[in-house]
Structures are given as C-alpha cells and as structure tokens.
Write a protein of this length. Structure first.
Length: 229
C-alpha cells in the first residue's frame, strides 16, 4: 500500500463567511475539537483523504484582519505565520467581496500559498452581483473557487485546487505591496538583518517580519523580545 502524502491546510476568513460549513464538508465526521494552547479559543481539526493525500484541515477563528488586536487574530495569525500550512484557503463571502478581500491581501503579504474560496455565491447572485471569477483569479494571481458551502457546492473543485498546490503545479505568487521609497529602504535594512539570523529567518518571512516591526506590532515585538533574551 502506498503511503498517503500528508499535508496541512488552514481555513481562514471573516466571521460568518462559511469556514465551519466548508470544514464540515471537507472532513465529515473525522474531526476533533479542542482549544488552542494557552487560550480558550476553540480549535477544530479534521482530516480528509483525496487522491493519495491525507489532508489535515484546521478551522481558524474568524477574523477581519491579522493586526493581532484580538486573541482570535493572534491565534489565526500565529498559525499561518509559524506553522506554515501547505495551503491557506481563505473563505471569502462573495456577497461582501470588497471587505473580505482585505484579509486575502494580508494573507498574500504573509507569503502563504493562498486559495480563495468564493463562498455564498447564491447570495451574491440574489443581490444581482455578477462576479467574473476567471478575471478575479487573474488579478489576484491565485486560484479562485466559487462555492455554495451550505449546499455542498464547490467542495470537489476546492479539493482539486488544494491537491494541485500541494503537487507544486501552482506556484505561490510573489506578492509585494509597495510601501514607497522611504519605507522600502527601512524594510530592506531590517530584512537584511533578519535574513542573517537563521532562527528568525526560518521562523518568519523576513519581509513580513520587517513590515510588522516597522508597524510596531506589539505581538511581534513581544515574541522577538522573548526569543532574543
Ligand atoms: N446562503 C448561504 N449560506 C451559507 C453558505 N455557506 C454557509 N452558509 C451559512 O452561513 C452561516 C455561517 O456559516 P459558518 O460555516 O458557521 O461560518 P463561519 O465562517 O464558520 O462563522 P464563524 O466561525 O462564526 O466565524 C451558516 O448559517 C451557514 O449555513 C453559502 O454558500 N450560502
Ligand atoms: Mg466557524
């Protein structure tokens, strides 16, 4: 018997975008509910088998951003940044596309292998929105899968994209927000320093860490102080 290839994917997204519904569609009864270490935020993990892959699925807390102001944001962000899942599926509410894409851009900046699950397509349609899915995928340069999760529509297509990404058929895009000359100069200096530190550069994307340090992100500053003492 061939061994299944094990991969981990995380489901991220705004509150109420349908993460748990997608999670249930993917994992069925094969799931486990616990808590994230040290915090009382519920942690849901499940598994799913598809085309020779054993896929561990982690349902992250719903967040509007990754600025780490709330415990949910810290938990979701730390998982993505430190555990480096093989892919992050961002469950986007298609009927609130603009607001939801804010998180997608943050995930792109974190250097994740991103798949956008464009959920609630039924609601978008009933509001008269016509979303050009191929064009959205082209502009973001990430796979976009339209879904109606509560009717289990799109699950198969999502699994196809997950497996394609795990097989290396889809290269993670090199996304870079340009912060302008002055800030970019400071980012470059910090990035250089971070890259020289093996421990830090293995743990974090140097550019992402540099941006967070310049922002004065308290969570990142706190973690760095603790590791560098
Ligand atoms: N119309 C419609 N409803 C959906 C769809 N997907 C999920 N829902 C419903 O939307 C509600 C929220 O879904 P959840 O899966 O709980 O969303 P969530 O992202 O896990 O929410 P939080 O964990 O609270 O952030 C539920 O009532 C679902 O049945 C969809 O594609 N279309
Ligand atoms: Mg949920």
């Amino acid at each position: 018997m061939r061994m299944a290839k094990e991969i981990t994917i995380a489901l991220a997204g705004n509150p109420n975008s349908g993460k748990t519904t997608v999670f249930n569609n993917l994992t069925g009864a094969r799931q486990h509910v616990g808590n994230w270490p040290g915090v009382t935020v519920e942690k849901k993990e499940g598994t799913c088998r598809y085309q020779g892959y054993a896929i561990k699925v982690v349902d992250l807390p719903g967040v509007y951003s990754f600025t780490a102001y709330s415990i949910d944001e810290v938990v979701a962000r730390n998982f993505v940044v430190e555990e480096k899942p093989d892919a992050v599926v961002d469950i986007v509410d298609a009927s609130n596309l603009e607001r939801n894409l804010y998180l997608a851009v943050q995930l792109m900046e974190m250097g994740t292998r991103l798949i956008v699950a464009l959920n609630m397509m039924d609601q978008a349609e009933s509001r008269g929105y016509k979303i050009d899915v191929p064009q959205l995928s082209y502009l973001l340069d990430v796979p976009v899968v339209p879904m109606v999760a509560n009717r289990n529509r799109g699950t198969q297509e999502l699994l196809e994209e997950i497996v394609k990404m795990a097989d290396g058929e889809v290269q993670p895009r090199k996304f870079r927000l340009d912060y302008g000359r002055e800030v970019e100069e400071e980012i470059a200096k910090l990035e250089e320093l971070i890259s020289q530190d093996d421990e830090l550069s293995q743990r974090y994307s140097p550019r992402w860490l540099a941006v967070k340090l310049l922002e004065g992100d308290e969570e990142v500053v706190k973690t760095l102080r603790a590791t560098k003492e």
